[in-house]
Design a protein around this ligand. Structure first.
Ligand code: F6R
Length: 365
C-alpha cells in the first residue's frame, strides 16, 4: 500500500535507500572487491570473452543505459553502444557471440526491448537481462540476467527502478572488470561507496522540503532546460523526462557542451536551466555554461555536490547532494530531480501516479 504517502511515486522515491540495499544484498564480496551475480554465473565464460556490449532499452531504462555506458567503459575493456530498443531493430548490425546485448527493463514486457532481444538472439549474440519483474517475458527470453529485487513499482513514472538499475550496472561492470583492468583496491572502494549510498540517499530525502520550496518557485515556468555533462547529461535527460511526464511542463535536456550550438538561443528570464554539476573534469566547463546562461538573464537552479564552494555565486538557487564514487554520483543527483518533478506536479494539480496518455508497461509498438 501507500504506507501513509499521498502517492506511490513519493513512496517509491522514499523507498530508495532500501532499493539500493536490495540491489546489493548478497551481491558484494567487499574484501575481494568483487560482485557476485548468480544470474550471470552460467554464462560467465562467454561474458568474459565479450568484446562489445550493446545496451537496449526505452524511456527511463534507456537513460540508465546511457549512464551504463560510462560505467562499463570505466571498469571494463568492452566497447559499449547504447541504443533505443525501438531503433535497434532497424539497424544493420553485425552480431556474433563476441557481442552481448543487454536489455534493461523494469516491466520485462516492453515490446520494443523484447523484439530487440529476439533479433539479437537470432543473430547469435549473447543476451543479458536487467529486469525488475520476476518471470517476465524479457527475463525468460534472455540467456542470463540479473533482477533488481526492488519490489513492485506502481507509479507510472519510474523512480526507484532507475536507481536500482544504476546500482546493478555498477555491479555487472565490476564483475567483468575484475577479470580485466579493475584492481582489488578499486573494486573495494566502489563496493564501500555502495555500502554508504543508502545513508546518503536518506540524507537527501530528509531535505525534501528544500526541493518542495524550489519547485514552488520554478513550477510557474512553462519551459525548462536541463544540462549536464557525461553521466550527468543522461541524468539531465531523466530529470527532464520526469518533469514532462507527470507535471506536463515542457523540459528539454542537453549535454551542456551543445548549448552554444543552438539551445542557448532559447534562454531568457522566463526559461530557467537546471544545471547538474559533479566534482569531475567537467566542472569548470559547467560553470562557464552557467555564466553564459546568466549573462542572457536565464534563471539557474544548480544541483551540485557538498563541498562545491564556487557555484553558489553563479546561480540563483542551489541544492547540494553528498559526494560519492564518481560512478555512483549520478544516482545521488537524480534524487532531487525526482522530487522536483513530483512537487512541481503537485503544485500544478496533475494526476501524479497515472499521468494522461501513459501506461506503466508499453506492450504495443
Ligand atoms: C518513465 C517510464 C518509461 C519506462 C519505459 C520503459 O518514467 O516509466 O519511460 O521507463 O516505458 O519501461 P521498462 O523499463 O518497463 O521497459
Amino acid at each position: 500500500g501507500l504506507n501513509g504517502f499521498p502517492h506511490f511515486m513519493l513512496k517509491e522515491i522514499y523507498d530508495q535507500p532500501e532499493t539500493v540495499r536490495n540491489a546489493c544484498r548478497g551481491r558484494m564480496n567487499v574484501s575481494e572487491g568483487v560482485a557476485v551475480l548468480g544470474g550471470l554465473q552460467s554464462k560467465m565464460d562467454e561474458i568474459k570473452n565479450l568484446r562489445k556490449l550493446i545496451i537496449v532499452s526505452c524511456g527511463t531504462s534507456y537513460h540508465a543505459g546511457l549512464i551504463g555506458r560510462y560505467i562499463f567503459e570505466a571498469l571494463t575493456d568492452l566497447n559499449v553502444e547504447v541504443e533505443l530498443a525501438s531503433e535497434f531493430r532497424y539497424r544493420k548490425l553485425r552480431l556474433d557471440e563476441t557481442t552481448g546485448v543487454l536489455a534493461i527493463s523494469q516491466s520485462g514486457e516492453t515490446i520494443d526491448t523484447l523484439a530487440a532481444i529476439r533479433e539479437a538472439r537470432r543473430k547469435g549474440a549473447l543476451t543479458i537481462g536487467l529486469v525488475n519483474v520476476v518471470g517476465s517475458t524479457i527475463a525468460r527470453e534472455t540467456d542470463c540476467g540479473v533482477y533488481c529485487h526492488a519490489g513492485p513499482e506502481i507509479g507510472v513514472a519510474s523512480t526507484k527502478i532507475f536507481v536500482s538499475q544504476l546500482v546493478i550496472l555498477n555491479l555487472m561492470a565490476l564483475l567483468i572488470g575484475r577479470y580485466q583492468m579493475v584492481s582489488l583496491n578499486e573494486g573495494v572502494s566502489l563496493l564501500k561507496a555502495l555500502n554508504r549510498l543508502p545513508d546518503q540517499v536518506s540524507d537527501i530525502l530528509a531535505r525534501a522540503s528544500q526541493i518542495d520550496e524550489l519547485a514552488r518557485i520554478y513550477q510557474k515556468f512553462d519551459n525548462n532546460l536541463f544540462i549536464g555533462r557525461q553521466t550527468h547529461a543522461a541524468v539531465a535527460m531523466e530529470g527532464a523526462l520526469k518533469l514532462k511526464e507527470i507535471s506536463y511542463i515542457h523540459a528539454e535536456a542537453y549535454a551542456a557542451g551543445e548549448m552554444k550550438h543552438g539551445p542557448i538561443s532559447l534562454i531568457d528570464e522566463n526559461f530557467p536551466t537546471i544545471a547538474l554539476l559533479a566534482n569531475d573534469a567537467s566542472y569548470d566547463k559547467m560553470l562557464s555554461n552557467i555564466q553564459e546562461i546568466r549573462a542572457r538573464s536565464g534563471p539557474v537552479l544548480a544541483i551540485t555536490y557538498e563541498g562545491d564552494d564556487q557555484c553558489a555565486r553563479h546561480c540563483d538557487d542551489l541544492f547540494r547532494v553528498p559526494q560519492t564514487h564518481d560512478l555512483l554520483q549520478p544516482i545521488l543527483t537524480t534524487i532531487p530531480l525526482q522530487l522536483f518533478a513530483y512537487y512541481c506536479a503537485r503544485y500544478r494539480g496533475t494526476e501524479i501516479d497515472k499521468p494522461r496518455n501513459l501506461a506503466k508497461s508499453v506492450t504495443v509498438e
